[in-house]
Write a protein that binds this ligand. Structure first.
Ligand SMILES: [Fe+2]
Ligand SMILES: [Fe+2]
Length: 269
């Protein structure tokens, strides 16, 4: 099975560059499944009906999330809508709307997609992602027993990200990092067949501070004042993804390739 996985889609520029590149990358990579992290899809923080429609309309099959998933005025309704292929991290409070793991069928193959959030340098005290993942994998073993298992691992610290991948090496197909918005150069396959990248990187305005307007974001650091920060302008845009090939019989990753492009063209409609 071939998977194209996009990191955090940041605001309108993120949605624009996704819509621009996806037709070409579909031809080039022929993915069976396209997954994207949508936690920043609406104005840089949160989800909205419009943003989800745009991502699905561009060709995305499954939208994962993170700390911002539960923001946005209709986020609860959207996350609880079983018809939408949406996830939020599994180890968030059980009082949150939505689901943290779901099964999806593509062709004759059932896949399990799991979304998790880290505990290091996060604003809230989430449950252990390690134990949450163990529990989901146990449930899978005694239930549907899908062997293609993808984890969107939404966390800040590379140490925590890499640790989780080693914890589940051979038990999931791939652990794909999101949240830092900055792609890492460590895409690899661990000895027991789990594909890993600490962070896939984001989609959005290239001349920005992880998607946000530079002078406003800088002011936050210089004055230590919590200032509202806008989505930066594009072009240029950047687009980051990973392409995975997974062996259908074993569920192991046989190829993981980082895909990144900077686009100078103005993609506004
Ligand atoms: Fe993000
Ligand atoms: Fe995040």
């Amino acid at each position: 099975m071939k998977i194209l996985f996009f990191g955090d889609i940041f605001g309108r520029p993120g949605r624009e560059v996704l819509r621009h590149m996806l037709p070409q990358w579909k031809k080039e990579y022929k993915p069976d499944v396209i997954i994207a992290n949508g936690e920043n899809a609406s104005h840089g923080a949160g989800i909205s009906e419009n943003a989800i429609k745009e991502m699905l309309g561009a060709g995305v099959d499954i939208v994962t999330g993170g700390n911002h998933s539960i923001e946005g005025k209709n986020a609860d309704v959207l996350l609880n809508d079983a018809k939408l292929p949406l996830l939020r991290p599994a180890n968030m409070s059980s009082a949150c709307a939505g689901k943290g793991h779901r099964y999806f069928t593509f062709g004759n193959k059932e896949i399990l997609v799991i979304n998790l959030i880290g505990q290091v340098h996060m604003r809230f005290h989430y449950d252990s992602p390690f134990l949450a993942l163990d529990n989901i994998l146990e449930e899978n073993k005694s239930g549907k027993n899908a062997n293609i298992i993808l984890v969107d691992w939404h966390a800040e610290a590379s140490s925590e990200k890499v640790a989780l991948a080693w914890h589940v090496d051979g038990r999931v197909s791939a652990v794909l990092g999101t949240h830092s918005h900055t792609p890492t150069a460590d895409a690899r396959i661990l000895p027991q067949g789990t594909g890993l990248i600490s962070d896939v990187g984001f989609l959005g305005p290239h001349n920005s501070i992880i998607g946000q307007e530079i002078s406003q974001n800088l002011k936050r650091f210089l004055t230590q004042t919590p200032i509202k920060v806008d989505v930066a302008q594009a072009p240029p845009y950047e687009i980051n993804a990973v392409f995975l090939e997974i062996d259908n019989a074993s569920g192991k990753t046989i190829k993981i390739e980082q895909v990144r492009k900077i686009i100078q063209e103005d993609l506004k409609k």
